[in-house]
Design a protein around this ligand. Sequence first.
Ligand code: NAI
Length: 482
Amino acid sequence: STSTADFKVADLSLAVFGRKEITLAEHEMPGLMSLREEYGTAQPLAGARVTGSLHMTVQTAVLIETLVALGAEVRWASCNIFSTQDHAAAAVAVGPDGTPDNPKGVPVFAWKGESLEEYWWCTEQALTWPNTPTGGPNMILDDGGDATLLLHKGVEFEKAGSVPATSPEDPEEYGYVLGLLRRTLGENPQKWTQLASEIRGVTEETTTGVHRLYEMQQDGTLLFPAINVNDAVTKSKFDNKYGCRHSLVDGINRATDVLIGGKVAVICGYGDVGKGCAESLRGQGARVVITEIDPICALQAAMDGYQVATLDDVVETADIFVTTTGNRDIIMAADMTRMKHQAIVGNIGHFDNEIDMAGLAKVPGIVKDEVKPQVHTWTFPDGKTIIVLSEGRLLNLGNATGHPSFVMSNSFTDQTLAQIELFTKPEEYPIGVYVLPKHLDEKVARLHLDALGVRLTTLRPEQAAYIGVKVEGPYKSDHYRY
Ligand code: NAI
């Protein structure tokens, strides 16, 4: 890999290709591009030092360069070991005005296929700012909450004066965090406490990261304000749903090229992601079966025309299994031993604990073989094989390129507006977890209408008065569900 003092990517020469795809993506990201126009002169993020931990894709490159266009300095890492698009990372490091020989872009620490140790090193690099007063960022942009977790654990252990030997939560992955924090505690016992004191806030991208933030708020351990970007309507009802509708089949196709029509596909979880996934596979002609624990979502699935069953009911007969729950232990090794020959198993939820990969590896006599990167067969002693995608990590980013630009433009316009809110109005956001104000949510949707040829009806004043809203919005109460 190519490395200088202040970035690390797989191959800088990929920057030319990356820049071409970024240019195409910009046209598909009207929300971000119009924020560049609206705020380019005012520079609301001047003085912001943003550390980002979010899948380093082409779409994220457009986000990063939007933050820069609004005045921010940025350092970046990916939030998953397989999700980086190396040409996008290279183009961001080189920057629009640089060349591979003379990179002038944003410090980015990300490549496809990091080890877990490298992953946490990259996260630390993104959080460590050379030549600044505190050596750290003053804003975090997170996806899944790993940058926020590192800071919070760092502060917790600095207060305690020591780092525990092991963690029950996730012994393998978490071990690297503990090792890293043991080292920083030795080098500078106040590193994370100092860094955290400078942070104005974090904007969090996904369901799983938001869940962690509300837990910290409840425990009283949250150190700075947070905006829950995920629960902006223009995020979770679009990215999680329509994004996965696109990128789930993309991942399965690129990984296996199996014909989906006529197959039985099981989607575990019928939340926003599950709804998009189910529609995606039904669109290809699969017979889709849903598993749910929530009676409301189970009833929705049934009324949407899907069979709702338990995994146990269908594990021996289905062809494709996808977990979308954000929960742990959804498909266990014992389930996988019962599946059909060449059943396909993948996860699209944020973390890799939905599928029991550790348990699968421990099945006596099982043999793992790599078909190609992120596609593995696991052969049981009786000769039966199953196909596991992206080692149980989110397959739409591991096996394909994640969500397409247009839907990410919505999510990332929410992200950018959330960064501006927290950075420019700290007095309005005491420590706590907030959602984006509804007028901004509606603004993000509005910015994406023209590109699709949508002609919006204008509310007349008498009508606005009759339903009790302003002509210019917001149009719905905060509890409206869309
Ligand atoms: P959600 O909360 O809307 O949906 C999850 C659903 O899973 C819920 O309806 C819940 O009742 C159900 N569930 C929980 N435990 C279950 C079990 N044991 N069996 C069956 N169903 C169960 O969450 P959302 O927004 O759909 O996100 C799901 C996950 O996907 C999260 O980890 C999120 O961070 C991630 N995500 C991934 C994306 C990607 O591109 N790969 C995009 C957006 C979100």
